[in-house]
Write a protein of this length. Structure first.
Length: 687
């Protein structure tokens, strides 16, 4: 007897499973959204079968293979649902399916069928699996419903640390040789296809997960030459890296850490050409506060900023000081961070950390707390990022370990929406070393970094033959979670945030990082309700307010100019009008501004621009036809969700003074005129 049925991609099918999973007959996708179902097979006798999958949707089929987990999880966990606790085989690796299967008696297996409806018309698409070779042909059927509403673009900045040295080590190729570049390109494409849009960029060998006094293989993109007067830099390799990443679909660049991990105690390894030859000029032996290293960083910061300015990517680059400093490191980190802000101030400074003091003291403008430590940062840190790694396993925290149910992986997208997170970080896209990089490991045989981390923590993609990445089902499910975030944002764009919040509350309940439904039935109830609302409900009468996509910013600036010309320009001399026009076309002035838009029927009718670091509103305009209808207030209320404590400033034009007073702003000085622009500085401090 052969058992055959379609089930959801949230199931993990063990070969020794005792009961078939619940069947899934339908999957709903937005236009352009990838999704998967699994085909469950089990025979009570040995059988060689052929399997064909028929559907009009473009699709791929992979066999789900088990891998060995020597350490499924840490011991003595508090409230953490695991599929299995003992070491053993777990389903994870996805292998391209060749059409035939060897079924062992009583053993289950699964095929992963991923549909990609990009470019396909809306409609219902039957999916049929036909199995031959075990008696009469057997069939299983499901249907994929594709909506007519396309997903919005990804706004979340997502970095999954890309370890280029691990690729060189595993494939035994020279770093940044022709073969290495080809492998890096294939893995970058894989990362981008699964939602990674920010790449860890090794200016110097990243000082991450390295035992004190030891080195990882050198992967240094910046050429360094010690000169009589200081330092010279060559960005040829960095340019090649950036161009390659952009071709692969990567948008943001995350420069590797300028100081060592866990406290900024030392400098990273830096290799330079010197009068004595090529050698290491900085490293573990270099105190992080060394004047020589500070001087080097000042020279590098100036040269690097000039390079990224010329390339037009400065506003898409992030810089790190040190990863996960603790309270004990605050004094030293403060000195290092001051240098980072001085020499690399053109870039956004992000660091993973758990202590709010680092943010409150102005040391890290963009803190990245772990999801288990995010609560103190909510409402204070803007923008809000989060991360998880091996430490986020208890209390049902979302993660992507091999041993946990896939719902704990996929739910992340909904939680990122609820928390309004703008970035997510993970440390291990492809870390193929043991703990602290003591030795290389074979990820097909060792998924726990030499039995140190919970299985799957260190990587989500396997290194296939000939430099071809092989995905895990965890990588796929995580990517689907990011699509859930985009689906929620798509719904918000059409229906408004209040309606989307109601859908979440009515289906998932009041969720946070430690509390959410663990059953797939509830999850798909949420997804289907979201799909139905977007596909069938009329656009909201209420004004929808949300962060603007990058491609919407030109329209926002055009709206600002039109409203300014109508209401504010008449009160200004020609010099003031010219100054405003210049500002909205000045890339340097516009850099760092975050834009929020108000929409009516999908059309932009109001815009608010703010410099988050300074908590300063620099653009605030509503179309004349929609003024005095609550649009401006709706924009400000949205902003207050990110700045609940007040401390927001703006420079009020004469026309806007009554409105700003009504919102609760108070003058912070007398009216003044600068370059023809009349304004009164104001501040909002009311809770």
């Amino acid at each position: 007897m052969l058992e055959l049925l379609f089930c959801s991609a949230l199931q993990k099918i063990f070969s020794d499973t005792s009961a078939p999973p619940a069947a899934q007959a339908e999957l709903r996708l937005f236009s352009g959204e990838r999704g998967a179902v699994q085909l469950f097979l089990r025979s009570d006798t040995a059988a060689a079968v052929s399997v064909s999958v028929e559907t009009a949707l473009p699709h791929t089929v992979c066999a789900v293979r088990e891998v060995y987990a020597s350490k499924p999880a840490y011991g003595n966990l508090r409230r953490s649902t695991l599929l299995r606790e003992a070491p053993g085989d777990f389903p994870d690796l996805l292998v391209p399916f060749g059409g035939t299967l060897e079924l062992a008696p009583g053993k289950a297996c699964a095929l992963w069928i991923e549909a990609d409806p990009a470019g396909m018309p809306a409609g219902e698409y039957p999916v049929t699996a036909v199995v031959t070779g075990a008696g009469a042909p057997l069939r299983a059927a499901a249907v994929i419903k594709v909506g007519g509403t396309p997903l919005c673009g990804q706004t979340l900045v997502h970095t999954d640390w890309f370890h280029s040295d691990c690729l060189a080590t595993y494939y035994n190729v020279p770093v940044f040789g022709e073969a290495h570049w080809a492998i890096v390109e294939r893995f970058m494409k894989n990362a981008a296809e699964h939602g990674v849009n920010c790449i860890l960029t090794p200016l110097f060998t990243p000082p991450l997960d390295t035992e004190v006094g030891t080195e990882r293989p050198t992967v240094q993109l910046v050429g360094v030459t010690q000169t009589q007067g200081g330092w010279a830099f060559d960005f040829t390799l960095l340019e090649k890296w950036m161009a390659l990443a952009e071709r692969c679909g990567i948008r943001y660049f995350e420069f590797s850490h300028l100081f060592t991990q866990w406290g900024a105690l030392a400098a990273p390894k830096v290799i330079a050409e010197t009068p004595e030859g090529t050698k290491r000029v900085f490293g573990w032996e270099t105190d992080s506060l060394s004047p020589a290293y500070f001087g080097f960083l000042r020279a590098l910061g100036a040269a690097l900023t000039a390079f990224t300015d010329a390339r037009g990517v400065t506003d898409r680059c992030f810089v790190h000081c040190s990863d996960e400093p603790s309270a004990d490191h605050l004094a030293r980190y403060e000195k290092c961070a001051a240098l980072v802000h001085e020499a690399f101030g053109a870039y956004r400074h992000i660091d993973a950390l758990s202590d709010l003091a680092y943010y409150e003291n102005g040391l890290v403008p963009v803190p990245v707390p772990g999801e288990n430590n995010i609560a103190p940062f909510v409402g204070k840190a803007v923008p809000l990022w989060t991360y998880y790694c091996c430490g986020q396993l208890e209390d049902e925290m979302p993660n992507r370990f091999i041993s946990i149910p896939s719902i704990r992986n996929r739910i992340l997208g909904a939680l990122l929406y609820v928390y309004r997170c703008e970035g997510f970080l993970h440390w291990g896209y492809n870390f193929y070393y043991s703990v602290l990089s003591r030795k290389p490991i074979d990820p097909f045989k060792e998924t726990s970094s030499d039995c140190e981390f919970p299985a799957g923590d260190a990587f989500c993609v396997y290194p296939g033959e000939n430099g071809v990445p092989m995905p895990s089902l965890r990588q796929k499910v995580f990517a689907y979670g990011l699509q859930d975030l985009r689906a929620l944002q798509t719904a918000e764009k059409k229906l408004g945030r209040p309606r989307v919040d109601r859908i979440v509350a009515e289906t998932l309940g009041a969720i946070d990082f430690a509390h959410y439904p663990m059953d797939e039935e509830t999850f798909f109830k949420f997804r289907n309700a979201l799909w139905d609302a977007v596909e069938n409900e009329a656009p909201a009468e209420e004004y929808a307010v949300r962060p603007l996509l990058e491609e919407e910013i030109p329209a926002a600036l055009d709206l600002a100019w039109r409203v300014f010309s109508e209401y504010e320009s008449p009160a200004y001399p020609p010099e003031g009008t010219a100054e405003f026009y210049k500002s909205i076309h000045d890339k340097a002035y516009l850099a760092g501004i975050r834009y929020y838009g108000a929409f009516c029927g999908g059309r932009l009718i109001g815009v608010l621009g703010v410099r988050h670091a300074q908590r300063h509103i620099c653009f605030y305009f509503v179309e004349s036809a929609h003024q005095r209808k609550g649009v401006g207030t709706a924009l400000f209320r949205y902003l207050l969700a990110e700045f609940p404590g007040g401390g927001i400033t703006l420079n009020a034009a004469p026309f806007g003074l009554p409105f700003y007073r009504a919102l609760g702003f108070k003058p912070a000085g007398e009216e003044r005129t600068v370059n023809g622009i009349r304004f009164t500085p104001m501040v909002f401090d009311r809770l």
